[in-house]
Design a protein around this ligand. Structure first.
Ligand code: ATP
Length: 477
């Protein structure tokens, strides 16, 4: 039974169920059944005229039909009532881009990411030439204190000041990070290790550090091991680090916190350190748990490069919090991800901190096969040859592959709208897009090269070194 038929059957049992109506509406959009999609969204609006998802669904249909001004009117109406809706800003960005208004499209995209750092739309990001992670970083740096205010700060030891005790006895307000999953949350399981192609070593390392110890406590006790620790993952952009951090939530059975930089940085003196301490306290009182920090390089900066900045105090605080976890045997796994490990303070890789480092390279061919399988799932694609596409896309990251599929879907949709009949995505179309696309990871490897050469003895770069020295044709084979 097709996905559409299955949802239609379920809806027949529960015809006024808004979630099912929305589900069918979205599935119809994917299958280009635009009339039925509109009907479903309208039925939701009959039940609740302010339902945002249904309003945006109708706007999306209008955009696909080529009525961008009709779509814009709908989205503007949503934004009048709910200016903080990231999905509405993303859709408005798409609409404006389709009308050739790139500056305003960019404004709306940035607003979406500022409201919800987790929103992504790889196709849109590619067309705008601006990634969500760029925006998140610029938001974080705009929140950083001016470095000249550092005159007011006490000097602290370059390799290990400890500010943790200042806060230990202070009571904490009830606080939760924006992304916080408890074991019972159903939302968390939507993305898990099956959603990530490749990265087998990393998946197993996470199981060893937090999943197996909770499943087999006696065994771990017998071997004198406990749950928790620190893992640093690094590699070129677009290889799935952020996706992997999210997938951990779906895979582990314990509490999970993902910390956004904006939840830490605060322009008031001492507040960022306090925020960080509060995060670790919350993690402690909810252990066992996983605590993840994406874009770690913005937080764990090398203190040699920021001698005069209040940032050093924050780095010292972070180090002392990690040491605190080790000292009190907390069952907390801390995972950090970065594109530029050379910007991290080396002290973070000392034993007991992020002592396990894992390089996430562009996916090799088997991993690309998996990623292509994931991207093709539930899409109307005719005669997909996964192996051939994987072979053709050597050097592509997961994000690059996603772009190929997103772009192919857009072109097929556009043809479908103009011919007024559903057009499946063809293998030729996927091949053509892939052939004209140039993956950007070479740039990352060129940037990494001097750091790898300067740190000849550093085990951190062993896998990068292997990758760089592999014969050209063999990379990512
Ligand atoms: P950045 O450092 O720029 O944030 P990243 O390494 O964190 O990049 P992601 O943001 O996780 O990469 O990847 C972008 C998108 O590309 C993902 O949301 C996913 O759709 C796709 N993708 C990347 N890698 C994989 C993968 N290994 N498996 C499945 N999808 C992937």
């Amino acid at each position: 039974m097709s996905r559409l038929s299955a949802i239609r059957d379920a809806l027949a049992q529960s015809p006024h169920n808004p979630s099912l109506l929305l589900l069918l509406g979205h599935a119809c959009v994917e299958e280009l059944q635009l009339d039925e999609a509109t009907k479903m969204f309208d039925r939701v609006l009959d039940i609740d005229p302010d339902q945002i998802e249904a309003q945006l669904g109708i706007a999306r249909v209008l955009l696909i039909r080529g009525d961008s001004s009709g779509a814009a009117v709908r989205v503007e109406r949503v934004l009048q009532n709910e200016d903080e809706c990231p999905q509405a800003h993303l859709l408005m960005s798409r609409i404006l881009l389709s009308e050739g208004d790139r500056p305003r499209a960019l404004d709306h995209f940035e607003k979406a990411v500022r409201i919800d750092a987790a929103v992504t739309d790889a196709g849109l990001e590619q067309e705008l030439g601006r990634s969500g992670s760029d925006v998140r970083k610029s938001v974080a740096s705009s929140l950083l204190p001016e470095s000249n205010s550092s005159d007011l700060l006490p000097p602290s030891d370059l390799m290990g000041g400890d500010m943790g005790d200042d806060f230990i006895d202070e009571p904490f307000d009830e606080w939760r990070p924006e992304t916080f999953f408890t074991p019972g949350d159903t939302e968390r399981t939507k993305v898990n290790f099956d959603s990530v192609g490749g990265m087998e070593e990393l998946k197993e390392e996470i199981r060893i550090k937090i999943i197996y110890p909770l499943q087999h406590p006696d065994l771990y006790k017998a071997y004198g091991r406990k749950a928790g620790g620190g893992i640093l993952i690094f590699g070129p952009p677009g290889c799935g680090k952020t996706l992997m951090l999210r997938a951990v939530a779906g895979e582990v059975g314990c509490n999970y916190f993902a910390i956004g930089l904006h939840e830490i940085f605060d322009p008031y003196f001492g507040s960022s350190e306090r925020n960080l301490h509060q995060i670790f306290e919350t993690a402690r009182s909810n252990s066992p748990c996983v605590l993840v920090f994406d874009e770690l390089d913005s937080l764990a900066v090398d203190r040699r490069n920021v001698r005069e900045s209040p940032m050093r105090n924050l780095v010292n605080q972070f180090l002392s919090e990690l040491d605190g976890l080790r000292a009190d045997q907390s069952r907390i796994l801390v995972i950090g991800a970065t594109n530029s490990p050379w910007n991290l303070d080396p002290a973070f890789r000392r034993p007991g901190r992020f002592d396990q480092t894992i390089f996430v390279p562009p996916p090799d061919r088997p991993a690309r096969v998996q990623i292509i399988g994931l991207l093709a799932k539930d899409k109307p694609i005719a005669h997909l040859d996964v192996e051939a596409l994987a072979k053709l896309t050597k050097g592509f990251t997961g994000a690059d592959l996603k772009y190929v599929f997103d772009r192919a879907a857009e072109l097929a949709l556009s043809e479908a709208v103009h011919t007024n009949r559903p057009v499946p995505i063809s293998m030729d179309l996927l091949n053509d897009i892939a052939k004209s696309y140039h993956p950007a990871t070479e740039e990352w490897f060129e940037g990494a090269r001097p750091h790898v050469q300067q740190s000849a003895q550093d085990g951190l770069y062993t896998d990068v070194r292997k990758f760089l020295s592999a014969p050209r044709g063999a990379k990512n084979e």
